[in-house]
Design a protein around this ligand. Structure first.
Ligand code: COA
Length: 258
């Protein structure tokens, strides 16, 4: 169905694998268009409860935007490219369904930005993160300047961006850029185990947790007011009835996302 993505849906989890191994899964126009389309599927397909984004092979998650497509672009075209990339990554960040990155190798430039737009990240031991755009006379343009600073703090983000140096998985863990580091062969299992736990919870409440955390970084929203509203709205859901009744009745809740 897709030229540059492999997708599977199993036990409610859609695994999206970026599949351009000969180019270390670099994000060309087709990958970006197809990511946009598969995100619509994640949003709209009721069978999908959560998603994983990863890359083909054991070497690279995504080695960046496809540099060959940068040649000859004008100032205006550069802006359009960045805006399109940002919009697609906002779609990941604002998904009501959890989307996590399984970083299986290089996550450079747009690859690091893609991983950072996911709700959290798990890395294999060989993963390497970096924003090497300064080597090309550029800066991160798909949200990286903002999300890296949010995730690791200003000093570390500036050092990573202006040195162009990569950090390894252990450093990424220490910086809080990733939540877990596991051997390569355990990466997808780890993500699936965590997501199975998450999708057994009340979906509306899960979606509101994600939206409330995003509100911290959205200057158009008051996060505390958002939380009051979201908390109140959960009292109108069947899942809140089910969750509280199940607790009192000492049984496991069965949530329907209603
Ligand atoms: N865009 C386009 N093609 C890319 C790419 C990118 N971001 N990253 C890797 N590739 C291609 C290479 O051009 C090469 O293609 P070729 O075999 O047709 O020449 C292929 O992927 C393999 O990469 P190669 O550089 O030979 O692998 P390596 O193991 O020697 O080095 C990296 C790996 C990741 C260090 C190196 O590929 C690299 O620095 N990539 C660019 C990273 C970057 O600057 N990303 C930010 C872009 S904004």
């Amino acid at each position: 169905m897709y030229q540059t993505l492999l997708t599977t849906i199993e036990n409610g989890i859609c695994t999206i694998t970026i599949n351009r191994p000969d180019k270390l899964n670099a994000l060309n126009k087709t990958v970006m268009q197809e990511l946009d389309a598969v995100l619509d599927e994640v949003y709209n397909n009721k069978e999908i409860k959560a998603a994983i984004i990863t890359g083909t092979g054991q070497k690279s998650f995504v080695a960046g935007a496809d540099i060959s497509e940068f040649i000859g672009l004008s100032v205006e075209e550069g802006k359009v490219l960045a805006k399109k990339g940002q919009d697609i990554f906002f779609k990941i960040e604002n998904s009501a369904k959890p989307i996590i990155a399984c970083v299986n190798g290089f996550a450079l430039g747009g690859g690091c930005e893609l991983a950072m737009s996911c709700h959290f990240r798990i890395a294999s031991e060989n993963a390497k993160f970096g924003q090497p755009e300064v080597n090309l006379g550029l800066l991160p343009g798909y949200g990286g300047t903002q999300r890296l600073t949010q995730l690791v703090g200003k000093g570390r983000a500036i050092e990573i961006m202006i040195s162009g140096n990569m950090i390894d998985a252990a450093t990424a863990l220490q910086y809080g850029l990733v939540n877990h580091v596991v051997p390569q062969e355990q990466l997808l299992n780890k993500a699936n185990t965590i997501l199975q736990t998450i999708i057994s919870k009340a979906p509306v409440a899960v979606a509101k947790c994600i939206a409330a955390a995003n509100a911290v970084f959205d200057e158009t929203k008051n996060g505390f007011a958002f939380e009051v509203d979201a908390f109140g709205q959960c009292f109108g859901t069947k899942d809140k009835e089910e969750g509280t009744n199940a607790f009192v009745e000492k049984r496991k809740p069965v949530f329907k996302g209603e």
